[in-house]
Design a protein around this ligand. Structure first.
Ligand SMILES: Nc1ncnc2c1ncn2[C@@H]1O[C@H](COP(=O)(O)OP(=O)(O)OP(=O)(O)O)[C@@H](O)[C@H]1O
Length: 263
């Protein structure tokens, strides 16, 4: 039996700005029902890779395919119907309700200048319900917690009805309770059949939710099973500090900063 086609794939992809590559030779395959965690040091190119995969930034070489279609042949709305982006939670500038925020995810499905219809509101409400925050629909999006805002941004991505969801550090600046909530929802989305790509600076999150990890470093991008790639040696080399991966009595892997540099 042949392997299923990945929902999102990059082959020999080169990324960068003004035709100057910052990373090249990137091969990536994201399948339905899976979470992929992207790790790499600050400034290595994770956000640049996301923007290139989403078609927001032109690639410098190689190919990206979304649901088997070459990204270079897709219009913006076509790409947006296949891939949704969840930026880091930001407070925003304008006062609107959480429902209005989620309705923005319907833009790619509306004709030019068309207003959302009742069906769009239903889809937006269903997205809020999936994330367990339907009760926030009429709340001011500026007056909810950081964790609730992150869930609302994920709901906006769901309302876009794309099967590929790309999230930029979705748990950054969240407290432990909200981190657990958001990570649980990410896992649940994958279990419902989405392909989820998440960047993080916390390798433990990969142990908690990922089916595979992608490591972006100066030599390129390596993809593989979480436990194979996230070893003490590999993480120490990646971040330039002594990092240890240990296993708790209950079998969970934890990541420990073994020394404070300079001491
Ligand atoms: N608009 C831009 N034009 C030119 N160079 C840029 C632009 N945006 C980012 N860069 C550079 O590209 C490199 C990769 O940046 P990017 O934001 O993709 O890294 P990152 O891995 O997401 O970092 P972090 O983990 O700190 O968020 C950096 O050297 C950055 O300075």
């Amino acid at each position: 039996m042949s392997a299923p086609t990945p929902l999102l794939a990059a082959h020999a992809l080169a990324i960068g700005y003004d035709r100057t590559p910052i990373a090249a030779g990137i091969d990536l395959a994201l399948h339905a029902g899976s979470v992929t965690c992207l790790l790499g040091p600050n400034g290595i190119g994770k956000t640049t890779l996301f923007k290139t995969l989403l078609g927001l930034l032109p690639s410098i070489g190689g190919t990206v395919t979304a649901s088997g279609r070459d990204l270079s042949g897709l219009s913006r709305p076509e790409a947006a119907r296949l891939m949704a982006y969840v930026p880091q939670a930001y407070a925003g500038d304008f006062a609107y309700t959480v429902l209005d925020l989620v309705l923005m995810g319907r833009t790619a499905h509306l004709g030019a200048f068309a207003a959302p219809r009742a069906a769009d509101a239903e889809i937006a409400m269903a997205a809020l319900a999936t994330l367990g925050i339907a009760g926030l629909a009429q709340r001011d999006a500026l007056r909810i917690s950081g964790g609730q805002r992150q869930l609302a941004l994920i709901a906006r991505a769901l309302a876009q009805e794309a099967r590929i969801i790309v999230m930029d550090e979705p748990t950054a600046s969240l407290d432990l309770g909200n981190r657990a909530l958001v990570l649980g929802r990410i896992r649940a989305l994958a279990d419902q059949g989405f392909a989820v790509l998440v960047s993080t600076h916390e390798p433990e999150q990969a142990f908690a939710v990922a089916d595979q990890v992608a490591i972006l470093e100066s030599g390129g991008c390596t993809c593989g099973p979480t436990a194979d790639l996230l070893t003490s040696e590999r993480l120490s080399a990646l971040y330039g500090t002594d990092v240890r991966v240990e296993t708790t009595p209950s079998g969970r892997r934890v990541v420990i900063l073994a020394a404070l540099n300079g001491n």
